[in-house]
Design a protein around this ligand. Sequence first.
Ligand code: KIV
Ligand code: ZN
Length: 522
Amino acid sequence: MKEKVLIFDTTLRDGEQSPGASLNLQEKVEIARQLEKLNVDIIEAGFPASSPLQFEAVRQVGDESGKIVAGLCRAVEQDIKRAHEALQNARHPRLHTFISTSDIHIMGKFGHDRYGRTLEEKRDRIIRMAVDAVSYAGTLADDVEFSAEDAGRTDPVYLAEIIEAVIAAGASTVNIPDTTGYTWPSEFGKRIADLKQRVSNIDNAVISVHCHNDLGLAVANTLSSIENGARQAECSMNGIGERAGNASLEEIVMALKVRGDLHGFYTDIVTEEIYNTSRMVSSFTGLIIQPNKAIVGDNAFAHESGIHQDGMLKNRQTYEVMTPESVGVPQTTIVLGRHSGKHGLKARLNAIGHKVTGDELEKVYERFLSIADKKKEIYDDDLRVLMGDELNKPLEPLELDYLHINSGTASIPTAAVRIKAKGTTYEESSTGDGPVDACFRAIERALGIGSLLYSYSVRSTTAGRQALGEATVRLKDENRLYTGRGVSTDIIEASAKAYLQALSLRHQEEENDKNKTIDKGI
Ligand code: KIV
Ligand code: ZN
């Protein structure tokens, strides 16, 4: 008998907690639409109490989606209320409440005497807080998930006690996170088997797992827990998330599918949508996929050596355990160009997961034509970058009005820039170590700021001399990272645009902060 494993996607919540990966509202909504096509079972859309933007994202995704939409909340009434408010119009809302259960976390995060003086007292208090949170959430929604944060390092007897208590209080899903990615596959599997034995009411809830990848074991731990009774896997596209990330959705799903001969598990994921989803997430977050990444990396289906190529020509199964088609890697390249019409562009955007209509289509088409004027052939990856750039526009952008560069092997690189913001113009010039450095210095002088540059990279979206250059600039300010992206056939111009976009996003976040209720970090 085959058994289904629910796929709980946390790209928009834990995934977005990847350093420098903040997504704006439109990007989140767009990714949620693509997750729906991918057919995940649950979309965790964000942490509503953490900021107005998170609230709005959960609200919009909940309003639109036919899937279960989860909102994260600490085990405190005000967070749960906020998550419930955000999900008020969702067809299938889930309140996902969590509290730390390991001694390290309890002593570190609940050290104050008001939570009890001894570890024993604090543990009791945590159970009461968890039960109160689940009971309260149950008065607002039918679907309540409880997570025991740092369950991977929690005393098994205590873990069983708290899990039994929250199920009795009404939790329909109990999540066992390996928050620090510390556990070993057989150990983590045993932890799940142990809960099935110790917790008398365990059959009244779905066991979920949420594994982090600090030791590169997140997927292995997830699979081991499924073999031992877990029936919900929390994961993210491309494995993005806090620190080294979460278990990667595509790896869990394809491992279950390809090795279905070993076990009886399946998921409802439309695997042919994996590639589009992966590219969309990468392009919106600016988190580049390593070429050798399983399933979705550029080299995942590339066969380099002569022996391999020969084998592949004779029989693809010699070196392929799954086909590129099965995960949606396109086998033919469709190219657009200057003469492509709006309908052609719209159809291509649709095929790669972007539904664009009305005014938005007009704007994108205009940009498409200006790029097509400089670059003869426009590929899917160019369109992804273009869409990422469109959706990442800050509300009040610093716009590059003019850029002049003088550079060469025998001259000192010099840049002059003119920037427009809210009707004001800023102009300056500077020399630098190279044309990009000169350009960044000119921007800093024009805006009267110091350098906040944390990292800078440029990549071409496709091969060839006319390729679009995509520059990514990360700024670091008080431990926060702001990512800006710029696209152009001229990489200096792309770099200047990326720097200005990151600065605009920083300004926007400063404005958002004024209304912020609690810290984003968990
Ligand atoms: O890693 C973790 O423990 C989490 C929980 C909030 C589920 O992200
Ligand atoms: Zn996590």
